[in-house]
Design a protein around this ligand. Sequence first.
Ligand code: ZN
Length: 216
Amino acid sequence: MPDFPKGRASAHVGHPHCYLDIVSTTSPVLLLHCSRCDGDRHFTSSGKFRLNANGKKLDAWLVYRCDACDNSWNRSIFERRSRSEIEPALIESLHANDPVLAGRIACDLSGTGLRVSRSETTILRQALAPICKEPEVLVINIALAAGPSGRADRLIAHGLGLSRGEVEALASSGRLVIADAGRKALSRPLRNGIWVTLDVSGRADRSAIAARARGE
Ligand SMILES: [Zn+2]
């Protein structure tokens, strides 16, 4: 169970809650030669790592995929390093395909000489236990893996599968609240780790909103 956010959500204690993590990553799209397409193509990070053990030496890569043919390209994170040299927490994050770590690495191209063609925002949604199918309140933790979030209303709309108009209407009626922030927060970028609460009680479409928020 995550730490309970302060503020409005505490007024709803006793109602069914749905806890979610929404991770937003704005990562560069690379221009690389694809051997299968035999031409320059856009490659985006898959968010997945490959970890290879050869004796006591470890290799780790971040896997990119060709947008046209799904061919993979492995970007080296480290090669032939002793297991003892590497932080156990890093190895654990690589095994778990930690989206925050993947986002941070995808955004950091310093010293790589890689060509960037554009940036793309990827949103990952994860429902936290216990999973509630018919919540009255959605409690959402926003994690920014890397890069700015862009406007809050756009990210929240994307993350919850709603239109920006619906997000605006929910905020106007006081049902959608960005913790510790006023109404203007909707047009500004979100801060990392901020809580957003959405009161869906009494709405006929609350199960559908929750399902979209969980990415179903
Ligand atoms: Zn290709």
